[in-house]
Each structure stands twice: as structure tokens, then as C-alpha cells.
Design a binder for this molecule. Sequence first.
Ligand SMILES: Nc1ncnc2c1ncn2[C@@H]1O[C@H](COP(=O)(O)OP(=O)(O)OP(=O)(O)O)[C@@H](O)[C@H]1O
Ligand SMILES: [Mg+2]
Length: 445
Amino acid sequence: MGKKISILVVDDEDSVRDSLTNWFLEDGFQVECAENAKKALQLLEHTQYDIILADIKMPGMDGLEMLKRIKALKTDAIVIMMTAFATVNTAVIALKDGAFDYITKPFDPDDLSHLIRNASKQISLAKENETLKTKVIALESVEDLIGNSQAMKHVLDQVESVAQSNASVIITGESGTGKELVARAIHANSSRKYYPLVSVHCGALTESLLESELFGHEKGAFTGAIYNRKGRFEMADSGTIFLDEIATITPKMQVELLRVLETKTFVRVGGNKEISSDFRVICATNRDLKTLVKQGIFREDLYYRLNVVNINVPPLRERVEDIPLLVDYFIGKYCTKMNKPIVTMDDAAIKRLEAYSFPGNIRELENMIERAIVIGTEKRIMLKDLPFGKEMIDSSVESLEDFERTFILQILNKYNWNITQTAKALKVDRVTLYNKIKKYDLKPD
Ligand SMILES: Nc1ncnc2c1ncn2[C@@H]1O[C@H](COP(=O)(O)OP(=O)(O)OP(=O)(O)O)[C@@H](O)[C@H]1O
Ligand SMILES: [Mg+2]
């Protein structure tokens, strides 16, 4: 629940102040009153209100002058003027001076409640923007995690709430959805941010290579080990270790990893000294670990140790509304990188992207845009600059057929399914028409 919306009523008439106070209190607002402009301005020195409802005609300083002074205070308050019907002209001046709206006296309760509702909506929008802004600022230290969809906001919320803890996190999601970026965002928003984020791509290494990569090795531990070498767990001391493609590690490595997570100590390959390290672990996988546990491929105890928090990054096709934002972002990124003037994308091209399933997710979109900027010669990225060639022709044939089907059916109905007349109207022979009826499975309704 958000905080109650607060309203300041400024009017010299007791009856107006009393009735508005009762009315607003009943509706769950917080209300205060001032009987003149001077008093109101005094209150505003130390109190913030969401809405100020002010009479225009008051003895002493009038409402218009007060409005100017309120605006000079640079408060976020929304000001609504109250005016007698005869002075609507003055109210219009108030709008130019920054009033949100005005209402005429005597009040129509419906009008007033409508107006307050609008103002409240405006306030919550402004507040939402504020929190979004702080979120963006908070995440600025990492490469931008772009996205305004509910799904992406949920991911950002999870990143924020988990960042400060030491909990192990598993990031799941299809390939190219941004799992590594999320891992970096968690690290960059944690108190470990001034220490290293060490990434290990588990899938790319054999068991013995991974072992020495993670734990390090002593000189002479194996052929080619000519120096002592620190492992990734050691390098991640006070920082974060990111284990990518965790599902690929062998049963032996699963046991070793579990031990390290439990004791935070390990021994270098070929060494005998216990080394301890304070790291936080974040893993990523595009497999369903739970299923792998059921199949006996992934250890259950390790799964539970790693999966304290699970952040699932949804595929791009489930957050289509992020596509235009991402397109702009990648256009900016690549035009800048290639020293080209910033281009825009044609609507038809955007529409096509929004209809596409993106099996490679954001990485695929990013590659498409990079390519389009390399090959594009115009100021706009057009549909033809995107790699949809054949598919596009297929779908336009489809829509042509759709069109033909609808059109023939329309004419058939117009002539009550009289084949001779319909064929004549369509300027085709009867056999052709019969064939089309069969092809499209047309029936009288
Ligand atoms: N929300 C986002 N905003 C901007 N760029 C993004 C976003 N998500 C992903 N990217 C970009 O898309 C590319 C792929 O992201 P990333 O490597 O994090 O995906 P991944 O899920 O780890 O993929 P994989 O499973 O293949 O390892 C990167 O270049 C990344 O910068
Ligand atoms: Mg990755």
C-alpha cells in the first residue's frame, strides 16, 4: 500500500473548508486546511502536499498570486483552482501559470471526484517514474539492462532485492536472454562490487582443465604446469564467482564444488595447503536443473545449495514490448561503435521483429541490428535489411490468399451463391471459381 494522498484546502469560507474536509476524509485522503494564502504558504514551508485545492478569490493575497509563489517553491504538488462560475477566465489564466485544472463553485460532487482521481493518477505516475529513475541510476554501473516490460521489471526487482545478500543465485533462461548480464547486475549492485566478478564458462572446459581453473594448481602438478597458478575461487575472494553453464559439470566436479561451497576452502591441484576464500556464487543454466536432478544427472544436494534464489529471465518473445527499446539501444550502440550517424527503424521492420519468435533471444536481435547497420545505406533500417527474406515472401503470399478468400466469399454472398453471376462479377470462368471455392473450402453461411 502506498502512502495516503494528502490534500491542502485553501479557502476563506469556513463552510467550503468544512465540507471539503469531511468529503475528502471519507474518501480516505489526508486533509489540512488554510483560511488564506499566507497561511497556506507558511504550511508549505515545512510540509509537502500532493494536491493543493485553492480558491481564486480570497481577501489578501489571491489564488493566482499564491499559485505563482507555490510554483516558485518548485514543489511537486498539483494545484487545482476553485472558482465561481463568473470568473472562469481567471481560472484559465491559472492554467497557463501551471495549475493542473480548475473546478467551478458550487461543486458537482462527480466533477470533483473525477478531478481528484485524475490528479491522483498523475501523482502515482510521477512517483512510479521517480522509482524507475532511481532504479536506472542504481543499475547504471553495469552495462544497461534494457526493458520496461512487467517481466523485465520483475527481474530487476529480484536483482535489486538479492544483490545485497550473500545468497547463491541460479539464473535460468534460454540462450541469449541476458543471464550473464543479470549476473553482472547483481554483482555491481552488491557490496562486493569493488572486488572482482570472476566468470567461468564451465561448458567450455574438460574436467581436469576446469578443476585447475577453479582451484588453481602448484608448479609441477601436471605436464605443462610450470608456475603456481591461482584458481578462480581464489581470485574471487571478497567478490563474486559466476559459473556459467553449471549443468555441464561432471559428477566428480559436482562433489568438489559442493565441498567448496560448504567449507569455503579448497586445495590447489598438486598442492596440500588449505586456502580459504570469501566468495559469492552465481550460476547460470539454460537447462532445467530440476529435471536433471530427477534424472540423477545433477546432484540434489548441490542443486539445493546453489538454488537459494532463482531468477528466471524470460525469452524475448514473452516480452515483445521491450523490442522497440532494445532496437533503439542497439542502434545507438552500433552506430556509435561504427562511427555512423544514428539511424531509425522503419515501422514495418519493427512489426516484423515483434511477430518473430527469436529462438536466439536478445543476442539474435542484437546481431540482426549490427548486421543491418553494416549493410544499410539509408537513414532508416528497412524490412529488407533484416534477414527475413523467404519467410516474408511466404507470409505475404499467405495474406494475399487471405485477401482472395475473403473477397470471393463476399462476392458469392452478394450474388446469393449464384455461380454464373459471381464468376461474371469476378471476371473468371465458372471452373476457376469452383476450384477457388474448393481450395478455400468456402460455404454459404
Ligand atoms: N536486457 C538487455 N538489455 C540490453 N542488452 C541485453 C539484454 N539482455 C541481453 N543483452 C545482450 O544480449 C547478449 C546476450 O546476453 P547474455 O550473454 O547475458 O545472454 P545469456 O543468457 O548469458 O546467453 P547464453 O545462454 O547463450 O550464455 C549480450 O550482448 C547482452 O549484452
Ligand atoms: Mg551466457
